[in-house]
Design a protein around this ligand. Structure first.
Ligand SMILES: [Zn+2]
Length: 204
């Protein structure tokens, strides 16, 4: 544990050190994400240029505010892998901000964050069928459709990047999966009011 940082900051730094972060190599349209982006974000957090705070009012579990350069989490533990994956999700938004992706809209931003989240989760639970069942959750806010498409794309990237698994994702990660993910985000109550707006990533 590092001294001098709050507990939430330490939690984020711990997830950024997870070996599974090294698997996060993927693209959304013109935006490419690589493990070194997550390493650079850890440095920006250590420098105090990006903050991480606990917020008991964070109703959707987690969020990132690009104007405040601050990650917010409604939990205090890494007990559940879903929480670690939520940190990966929000860190992906913070990376977009760190890299000054000024023209990025909300849909592309969420696509990247969900793909990273599900690559991380799928790396924890490598058996594809079980993972698919576990993450096809359904429920409110169209999250079931988002997670299904994001998981298919995540699974295909993990297999592509691993020579032993190259053949394991036939028909996954296609243009149709990307279109499904974009549509599921645009239809979700969480995002539909702002789906085509720019996020406002302005650097950290
Ligand atoms: Zn998000």
């Amino acid at each position: 544990m590092l001294d001098g940082y709050n507990r939430t900051t330490n939690m984020v730094l711990e997830v950024l050190k997870d070996p599974r972060i090294q698997l996060l190599n993927f693209s959304v349209s013109v935006y490419r994400f690589q493990p070194h982006d997550y390493a650079r974000l850890a440095i920006e957090i250590l420098r105090g240029n990006v903050n991480a705070e606990f917020d008991r009012n964070e109703t959707s579990t987690a969020g990132y505010n690009p104007q405040e350069d601050t990650l917010y989490f409604g939990f205090k533990t890494l007990k559940f892998i879903e929480y670690k994956a939520a940190i990966v999700h929000e860190c992906t938004h913070a990376i977009c901000d760190m890299r000054g992706m000024k023209l990025m809209d909300q849909t592309a931003s969420e696509m990247a964050a969900y793909i990273a989240q599900y690559m991380f989760l799928a790396a924890y639970i490598p058996k594809s069928k079980r993972a698919a069942q576990r993450f096809n959750l359904g429920g409110e806010n169209n999250i079931g459709d988002i997670s299904r498409a994001a998981w298919r794309i995540a699974h295909s990237y993990l297999c592509q990047n691993d020579p032993h698994k190259k053949e394991l994702a036939p028909g996954f990660g296609t243009d149709a999966d990307y279109a499904d993910l974009a549509n599921a985000i645009r239809k979700s109550n969480l995002y539909k009011h702002k789906a085509d707006k720019m996020v406002g990533y302005n650097g950290v």
